[in-house]
Design a protein around this ligand. Structure first.
Ligand code: NAD
Length: 372
């Protein structure tokens, strides 16, 4: 199997994303050129540590690189002030220097937290992302958004801070729970839906084999997703324009995540998938896209055994007005106006700041009524 490389072109902050098998065992050799001394610190979570930390450490030792690791609890609750403090104090106690490399080794939670800790440590210590979940490989490890959650909402405290390199080892995806894999797949199809009909069609044909473990297909899907994200980030790093397209489905998703308390009731990628289905439904009702588009989106999600409807979320949900209120906490609100990513068709999306909220409300009301 070939190793693929995608470059994120950001001038003197450009970096490579390596995608392939065997990258965790070889991380020592790949990181070595970046080191000023033969020592690194690793931030990871308890699940990833149990399954993959020994392999990473072995590869580092083979290159004469010593390491220390901080193992944090797994889960969204770790993206908190408390864990940020714990991480930064630990980095200081490890005497991490400005020229050192911090390795973020885990899913999106660890990548976001460790990246933010690296950004604020000594006003910026370099870091390398080794994403271990599908979601982190195709999305959160690329593009430099780092941060934590606040009691006021998700990802509200953070920084843009780019890594030195990203190592996406598709083999480590083999230990993900199927539910976590499919949550990541929600972000993969998002790329097809927002800007590449050909990729969406490829996923319709190859998604099931990819989920079942086909490595070549996993490499292709991660590469295509990273390419699309890298292109958008290179055009608009700080989200003044095009980068907002990556938020397809996210305005709905963030409201649903808040309504379910950022808990296991709804994983982020599951919320993205449901949010995309709702965004296409809204686009259709606004007369922006044909009826066929939301039907095709839903059919593929169902074929992948993913959550599609609000009725797939267990437990109570608030009413449509309350969900719309939760959307207004979104970072994309400008002058009180909500930004939605709407679609003209699968593969053709745009930012719309003038969506009629009565239509959004009717979409949510109909979706909620199916739960009874
Ligand atoms: P996560 O980090 O919680 O990982 C999901 C679960 O999978 C965890 O239990 C973790 O321990 C486990 N895990 C990770 N890798 C594994 C492996 N190889 N084998 C077995 N288990 C493994 O969540 P996630 O879905 O990776 O990421 C979600 C987070 O990413 C959210 O906080 C979201 O806000 C953030 N995010 C950030 C960006 C960004 O641009 N920074 C983009 C999208 C999402």
């Amino acid at each position: 199997m070939e190793r693929e490389v995608v470059n994120v072109d950001l001038g003197d902050r450009s970096y490579d994303i390596l995608i392939g098998p065997n990258l965790v065992p070889n991380a020592g050799a790949l990181i070595k050129p970046f080191l000023k001394r033969n020592h690194v610190v690793i931030i990871t979570d308890e699940n990833v540590a149990r399954l993959h930390l020994a392999t990473l450490e072995k590869g580092l030792i083979a290159q004469g690189i010593s390491s220390a690791a901080l193992k944090l609890p797994a889960g969204e609750a770790t993206k908190s002030w408390e864990m940020l403090q714990k991480t930064t104090e630990w980095l200081l106690s490890e005497k991490v220097e400005r020229d050192d490399i911090v390795i973020a080794f885990g899913g999106g939670v660890i990548g976001d937290l460790a990246g933010f800790a690296a950004a604020i440590m000594r006003r910026g210590v370099r870091f390398v992302q080794i994403p271990t979940s599908l979601l982190a490989q195709v999305d959160s490890s690329v593009g430099g958004k780092t941060g934590i959650n606040s009691p006021h909402g998700k990802n509200l405290v953070g920084a843009f801070y780019q890594p030195q390199m990203v190592l996406a080892d598709v083999e480590v995806l083999g230990t993900l729970k199927p539910r976590d894999f499919l949550a990541g797949y929600g972000e993969v199809i998002k790329y097809g839906m927002l800007g590449d009909l050909k990729f969406f069609t490829w996923l319709e044909e190859n998604g099931p084999a990819m989920a079942a473990g086909d490595m070549e297909k996993r490499i292709y899907a991660v590469k295509r997703s990273c390419q699309m994200k890298a292109d958008i980030v290179a055009r608009d790093e700080k989200e003044h324009g095009d980068r907002a397209l990556l938020n397809l489905g996210h305005t709905f998703c963030h409201a649903l995540e808040a309504a379910t308390g950022y808990s296991d009731r709804l994983l982020h990628g599951e919320g993205v998938a449901i949010g995309c289905a709702l965004a296409f439904e809204t686009s259709m009702r606004l007369g922006l896209c044909a009826q066929e588009a939301p039907s095709r989106v839903r059919a593929h999600l169902k074929n992948m055994n993913m959550k599609v409807d609000l009725s797939d979320i267990e437990g109570e949900l608030p009413d449509a007005d309350a969900l719309i209120k939760l959307m207004s906490q979104d970072k994309k609100v400008q002058n009180g106006k909500l930004a939605f990513i709407m679609a003209r068709s699968i593969g053709d999306s745009f930012v719309d700041r003038n969506v009629d909220l009565t239509v959004v409300k009717s979409v949510l009301e109909d979706a909620l009524s199916l739960r009874q």
